[in-house]
Ligand binder design. Sequence first.
Ligand SMILES: [Zn+2]
Length: 219
Amino acid sequence: MYIGHFAVGLAVKEANPSLPAWPIILGVCILDLVDGIFLIMNLDHVIPNLSAGPYLFFDLVFIDWDHSLLMAIFWSVLWGGVFAFWSKKLALVAGLSVFSHFLIDLPVHNHDMALYPFAEYHLGFSLWKSWGTWAWIAEGIFSLILIWFSWIRSVGRGKSFFGPFFLMLAMFIVVSPWFSPMKWAANMSSPNDQIVLGIIFICGFLIPAWLFVRHYSKS
Ligand SMILES: [Zn+2]
C-alpha cells in the first residue's frame, strides 16, 4: 500500500486532534522507511519483475526486518516507547499507527510477509497479484473513505482539508500502474535497481509526511 498508509495516518490524527501529528504521520511510514534504508544497505532483497502490478514492479523477496509480523510488533513498540514519557495516549496511538502499516499491507502483499525474520511461513493475501490494477483502485476507494472522515473532522474544527486532499490525489496518480517511479527503478541493472528503489521508498514517504505534518503545524 502507499496512499492507504497516509489515509490511515490522517484519519488517526483527525480522530485525535489534541495529539501532535508527526508521531502519527511518521509512524504509519516507519516500516517502509526502514525497508528503504535496509534495501540500500542490502539487508532486504527485491528482484525486478515488470509484470508485478499494480505499481510495484518488484518481487519483495526478503523484507523480514521490517514487514514480518514479529518485526512490525518490534518497530511499533519501539516507536510507541519513544513517546511513553510524553503521554501514555500518544505512545499507544503512535505505536498502533506503526502497526496499522502491517495490517493494511496484509491484504495486498503477495505472500511475502514472514511471521518472523527467516521464517518459512509467510502472510499476505496477494491482492496485488490477483487484482492487478483493481488493487490500486481498491486502495483508492479505501483511502477515499478515510479521507472523507478526515475531511468532515477537519472542517468541523474550522480547518480546510483541500491541501491534504490534493496531495493525496497527486500521490495516487503518481504511484499508479502508468506513472509509478518504481517501474523506472525496475529497468535498472543490479544493484542500482534495489538501491534506487530504497531511495524512492524513503523520499516517497518522507516528503509527503513532511508536507502533511506542515499542514497540521499551521493553525
Ligand atoms: Zn509496507
